[in-house]
Design a protein around this ligand. Structure first.
Ligand code: C5P
Length: 397
């Protein structure tokens, strides 16, 4: 039961290989997975909705709208731990490459937050066509994984590459995906994430555009690899996937500071991913500040620098990792920050890099180590950046 408790969303598109999806569902269920199925309407010509519904014991979705009701593709996308599209035709691949969301399957694919595997199936000439190759490049650049096609006899009677991978092979890929190393087992990690809100009065605050996405991606990766994670989270609508993570919700830099200092002594590692406000209003009003005819001047006082304090407190076995978001002289600023705050390394991202920064799903980073070494990465999904950061930390432990 290697997939016990795992939620798998299977997308089936209109290829003759769709008959093999029934075997795939059986294998997934035998392994302990909970499976839900979405089918394109053309796939129902090859295998019936009823078959898939009986096998999965779940409703099978084809249309966003049916019988006057609306199926929530966002919820299904969030439900899944993994989505696999098997078989995936050239048409569906093209829709996924270009975000053409004209059916339930592509809508779910676009709103899914989980890892996505695609098992293509098509005739050999379609498989080799430049448009297919370019669509494969596109979907992999979005962070999806392709399960390689096999070769042999095709539906056209021709022999060559293009057959969907066998269900046993797809099951093996999915199983391997979940067999991640528990290489952080026994490690206690503190992560700060999100913005801070510095209150002016009961209805106003000074804040920033951080969403906490990058920090939470790191939390998810660490928790998945067995770490005991303590997340001190500023105001954010996001939350970690695992309910094993200890989450401490805070508002202001002062509160984040207090909780982080309290936790740090028992931690092996601290990752300071929060966008902490450097200043807060000197005076906090208990009542809403009234508008007047005059200009208004706000006096701000400095907030504690959490990272710097932890850097000063840390012992020889503890690691601290920081983030730097720079708009100019990025490398020099980041290098001096590593030393000033006593980080083991800092993750630098600049707002100049397209696709990097607040709220987006991708990031382009450089790691700058305290000995001056620099490691540069290409633009990738924040979940993949989290893997790079976690791997880099592992090397230092
Ligand atoms: O100095 P700067 O704000 O650019 O430093 C960024 C790094 O320091 C980040 O890792 C951030 O989480 C941390 N930091 C902090 N407390 C502050 C300011 C920044 O922990 N008051």
């Amino acid at each position: 039961m290697t997939l016990k408790g795992k939620k798998i969303l299977l997308g089936i598109t209109g290829s003759i290989a769709a008959y093999k999806s029934a075997s795939l569902v059986r294998l997934l269920i035998k392994s302990g997975a909970d499976v839900k199925v979405i089918m394109t309407s053309s796939s129902t010509e090859f295998i019936s909705k009823l078959t898939m519904s009986v096998l999965t014991k779940n409703e099978v979705y084809t249309d966003i709208f049916s019988d006057g009701s609306w199926h929530n593709h966002v919820e299904l996308g969030l439900w899944a731990d993994l989505m696999v599209i098997a078989p995936c035709t050239a048409t569906s691949l093209s829709k996924m490459a270009n975000g053409l969301s004209d059916n339930m399957l592509v809508a779910c694919y676009l709103s899914a937050k989980c890892p996505i595997y695609i098992a293509p199936a098509m005739d050999l000439d379609m498989w080799k066509h430049p448009s297919t190759l370019s669509n494969l490049d596109k979907v992999t650049s979005y962070g999806n994984s392709i399960i390689d096609v096999g070769d042999g006899e095709l539906a056209s009677g021709l022999y060559g590459e293009g057959r969907m991978a066998e269900p046993e092979k797809i099951l093996e890929v999915i199983t391997q995906h979940f067999e991640v190393q528990q290489d952080f087992k026994g490690k206690k990690v503190l992560v700060t994430a999100g913005p801070t809100y510095e209150h002016l009065d009961p209805v106003r605050f000074i804040g920033n555009y951080s969403t906490g996405k990058m920090g939470i991606a790191i939390v998810d990766e660490l928790a998945n690899r067995g770490a005991e994670v303590h997340l001190v989270l500023g105001p954010s609508v996001l939350k970690p996937k695992s309910d094993q993570v200890h989450v401490y919700r805070v508002q202001s830099a002062d509160q984040m500071h207090q909780k982080s200092i309290e936790l740090f002594k028992n931690m092996d590692i601290a990752i300071l991913a929060a966008a902490v406000a450097d200043y807060r209003p000197k005076d906090l009003s208990n009542v809403k500040i009234k508008k007047s005819e005059k200009e208004m001047t706000l006096e701000l006082i400095k907030n504690p620098d959490i990272a710097k304090e932890l850097g000063a407190l840390k012992n020889s076995k503890q690691l601290t990792i920081g983030f730097a978001l720079e708009t100019n002289n990025a490398i020099e600023n980041a290098k001096s920050k590593v030393l000033r705050k006593n980080f083991d390394f800092i993750v630098l991202n600049t707002l100049q890099d397209e696709g990097a920064g607040f709220g987006v799903d991708t990031n382009k980073v450089k790691f700058i180590y305290k000995n001056g070494d620099i490691k540069e990465f290409e633009l990738k999904q924040k979940t993949k950046v989290a893997v790079d950061i976690t791997n880099a930390i592992k090397k230092l432990t």
